[in-house]
Design a protein. Structure first.
Lengths: 112, 113
């Protein structure tokens, strides 16, 4: 079983809708979570990170962690066609600092 | 603007060839990583290095080796390329103090025929 699971999608939404992305993780010791965005034919770029439980907001993006259910979420408000990308969740690996466990990524398509 | 560059965007090689993928970062980062990315499998760590001449195996090191002779450069070597090594290869780097933030290169799409 992978330590971080993510629905691959694709997730198709109309422009202006809220995009809701989710990951589940298996190790309750995980404390730090990241979301990366990857455009087609590009490398991933860090979008947001958050510690432990709670919400973190950055413009149209909100990252949420629910440690009781081992669930992390990313919400994109007022979605734009430029948000069309693959979104990957990640958390540091247990066995070595600096290493990450990545989800498989969810492809998002925002249609005009 | 911080940057991780990779030597090739697209590469086509034949089975059995020795393949070198180069990665250079200009951020003076201590840590460097090589991943491969395949549909449905996400990013899988091949090797990483936390210092010059140091290397650690990741989750899928078989069939690969690495070299880090200089701090800014991390090379991935496929000793004898096989068709199952056809993939997108991504290099990343991070600093020792902010190791939870990895910066990625644009990737190399390798096709082995």
């Amino acid at each position: 079983q992978k330590e971080v699971e993510q629905d691959p999608g694709p997730l198709s939404v109309p422009e202006g809708a809220i995009v809701s992305l989710n990951c589940t993780y298996s190790n309750s010791a995980f404390q730090y979570f990241m979301w990366y965005r990857q455009y087609s034919r590009k490398g991933p770029e860090l979008l947001m990170y958050t510690y432990s439980s709670g919400n973190k907001e950055d413009g149209r993006f909100t990252a949420q962690v629910d440690k009781s259910s081992k669930y992390i979420s990313l919400f994109i408000r007022d979605s734009q066609p430029s948000d069309s990308a693959t979104y990957l969740c990640a958390t540091p690996a247990r066995d070595s600092w600096g290493k990450f466990q990545f989800g498989a990524g969810t492809q998002v398509v925002v249609t005009p | 603007d911080v940057k991780v560059t990779q030597s090739s965007r697209y590469l086509v090689k034949r089975t059995g060839e020795k393949v070198f993928l180069e990665c250079v970062q200009d951020m003076d980062h201590e840590n460097m990583f090589w991943y491969r990315q395949d549909p449905g499998l996400g990013l899988r760590l091949i090797y990483f290095s936390y210092d010059v001449k140091m290397k650690e195996k990741g989750d899928i090191p078989e069939g690969y080796s690495v070299s880090r002779e200089k701090k800014e450069r991390f090379s991935l070597i496929l000793e004898s390329a096989s068709t199952n090594q056809t993939s997108m290869y991504l290099c990343a780097s991070s600093s020792r103090t902010r190791y939870n933030e990895q910066f990625f290169g644009p990737g190399t799409r390798l096709t082995v025929l």
